[in-house]
Structures are given as structure tokens and as C-alpha cells.
Design a protein. Structure first.
Length: 340
């Protein structure tokens, strides 16, 4: 258990990535894969919740230092997104409303605690890094966490009676809008860091794929709001706005895919940066699965039949990426055990 002191805050990315690919598998009519991945995501959530709780109690200083760190603090938002996706899986795969509701409560409480703890700490701390050292794609996990709450709220609203149906849809809409605004703020800084500061291969960590993943989950939330609009009068009046911004999010996420692939080739082929397992790689798997899932739901909401091939193609790409990363995790755990 001594290794818990060094546990990366980003490990809940495993739950995020596994959970969204389970939903994508369900959409692509692979029930066995969906159920197997759901089981893995639930077991991972329980183990990681125990380990993080143990770390917070046993190694409080190290835990707190990570929490208020510019480089590591935002990674804690993976716990919110992972919990939200557990709830979303319960709704999509099994329609377990009350278990999903419990996950929603936990995710919302974590979101409130982390949002106002992390950003307050980063604001008031005296010694701050420069922009090129302090910000990365991991900051966009705050957007992903916000949109994960929006997505689960929208799913719960489908099986909730009035008046709570309206209130859940309103919360989903509010979180969706806030997540979009947060992305604009953070992406402006990240893009500025990209283009006006020196960039070396080591700087291009896997969480930069969250640049795309944050837009993909925003697309999913917006698409669900469109689907829910017939049962929420205030959403009906906003449908053109929601559809426009949902397509805007999807187009922005799509733009990032070739850009990130090019930068990945530059990192690993041109500059020969070595491949090695890192828990941060789950932050690169998640966006691929989310792009498949969000495009599938967007096609239902917008009736864009000409994009039918995309969800299927990205599901298989995401599943392959998940398999490779999971093998890396298993090998890492095996080496850790052999060192004892």
C-alpha cells in the first residue's frame, strides 16, 4: 500500500475510457463487450475509490500537494467524469434509475468540491508556474467532468416524472453551457501555449487528446438535450441554438483529430519519443470512445444519416486503443509486483 503515496490523480481515466467504450459497444450492438467493459469500469471505480481514500487519509500531505498543483490538480476531475459515466452506463445498458441517481449525487458532490477547491487553490497560491509549465490539456478534464454531469442529468431526466424532469433538464442545460464556456477560456490559453512557447516532445502528453474529448462529450450532452426537448418546453424554444452549438462542438472536436495525429507522428516518429505505459494514456483512449458515442447520438438527434460510418469506425479504433493501453496497465502492475 506504500505505492498509494505516488498514485497518479489521472487513474480514474481508466474508468472514463472503459465506461464510454462500453456505451459505444452497446450502441454498436455488441452486448457482451458492453457488459464486460461495464464490469471492468465498476471494479476499477471501487478499487480506485478505496485507493484514493486511503491515500487522502494516509498520505494527506502528498494528496493535498497534488490537489493544489497546476500540473496535477486538474487530473482529479477524472473522478467526477468516471463516476458520471458509471451512472450513464447504468442508464443506457440496464435502465437502473436509482443506482444511476446515486452515481449522479456522488458525481455532483465531487464536482462541487473539486471545482471550488482546485480553482480557488490555484488562484490564491503565491508561487505559480509560468503558463508554458502550468497548463496542459489535462485542464480540460474540468470541462469533461462538467459535461459528464450534464450527460447523466439528461439521461436521468428521461425516466423522471414532472416537475423533476424539468429541473434535471435545466441542470443539464446549465452544466452544458458552463462546460462550453469553460472550454473557450481554457482552450484559448492552451492554444496560446501551443503557438507562442517552445514545444518539445515531452510536452505533448496524452491528455492533449482531451482537446478533442472535451468537445466530444459536449456534443453528446447537446444531442441528449435536443432529444429531451419535446418533454421540456424551455428546451423546445432553444432547440435551434442547442443544435447549432452541438454541431459547433462536434466540428471543433473533429478538427482536432488530424492535428493531434500529426503532432503524435512528430512526437514518436520524427523526434523518436519512446512509447511507455503511463496512466495519462487513458486520457487519450477516452476521447476516441467518446467521439464514437457522441456521433452516434448526434445522428439520432440531427438525423445526419450521411455520417453513419463514423461511430462504427471510431468504436473499433477506440476498442483497439483500449486493449493496447490495458495490456500496458497489466504489464505495469506485473512489474510492480515483481519489484516487491
Amino acid at each position: 500500500m506504500s505505492k498509494a503515496k505516488e498514485l497518479s490523480p489521472a487513474y480514474f481515466g481508466l474508468v472514463m475510457a472503459t465506461g464510454i467504450i462500453a456505451i459505444a459497444a452497446h450502441q454498436q450492438q455488441w452486448p457482451f463487450i458492453a457488459q464486460a467493459l461495464f464490469a471492468i469500469s465498476c471494479v476499477s471505480w471501487v478499487i480506485l475509490t478505496f485507493l484514493y481514500s486511503y491515500r487522502a487519509l494516509r498520505f494527506t500531505k502528498a494528496f493535498t500537494e497534488d490537489l493544489i498543483s497546476h500540473s496535477k490538480g486538474p487530473a482529479f476531475f477524472t473522478s467526477v467524469a468516471g463516476t458520471g459515466l458509471i451512472g450513464s452506463q447504468l442508464m443506457v445498458l440496464y435502465s437502473h434509475y436509482w443506482l444511476a441517481f446515486v452515481a449522479w449525487v456522488i458525481a455532483l458532490v465531487l464536482w462541487l468540491l473539486l471545482t471550488y477547491t482546485v480553482f480557488t487553490a490555484l488562484t490564491i497560491r503565491r508561487n505559480k508556474p509560468t503558463l508554458d509549465k502550468g497548463i496542459s490539456g489535462a485542464w480540460l478534464l474540468a470541462v469533461v467532468a462538467t459535461q459528464a454531469v450534464a450527460v447523466l442529468s439528461a439521461y436521468l431526466a428521461t425516466q423522471t416524472s414532472q416537475p423533476w424532469k424539468l429541473e434535471l433538464n435545466f441542470l443539464a442545460l446549465s452544466m452544458w453551457l458552463w462546460g462550453g464556456m469553460l472550454y473557450i477560456w481554457m482552450m484559448s490559453l492552451i492554444f496560446y501555449r501551443y503557438t507562442f512557447f517552445q514545444f518539445v516532445p515531452g510536452d505533448l502528453a496524452p491528455p492533449y487528446w482531451i482537446n478533442m474529448g472535451a468537445m466530444a462529450i459536449s456534443t453528446l450532452a447537446g444531442s441528449l438535450l435536443v432529444i429531451n426537448s419535446p418533454n421540456a418546453p424551455f428546451l423546445q424554444s432553444l432547440v435551434p441554438f442547442i443544435k447549432g452549438f452541438t454541431i459547433f462542438y462536434w466540428a471543433t472536436g473533429s478538427w482536432w483529430i488530424p492535428m493531434l495525429l500529426i503532432l503524435g507522428v512528430w512526437r514518436h516518429v520524427v523526434r523518436r519519443f519512446p512509447f511507455a505505459y503511463d496512466p495519462l494514456y487513458w486520457g487519450a483512449v477516452f476521447p476516441l470512445g467518446m467521439y464514437s458515442a457522441c456521433t452516434y447520438v448526434m445522428l439520432q438527434a440531427m438525423e445526419f444519416s450521411f455520417l453513419d460510418a463514423l461511430p462504427t469506425a471510431f468504436f473499433y479504433i477506440a476498442l483497439l486503443a483500449w486493449g493496447v493501453t490495458f495490456i500496458g496497465l497489466c504489464r505495469s502492475l506485473l512489474r510492480l509486483r515483481q519489484q516487491k
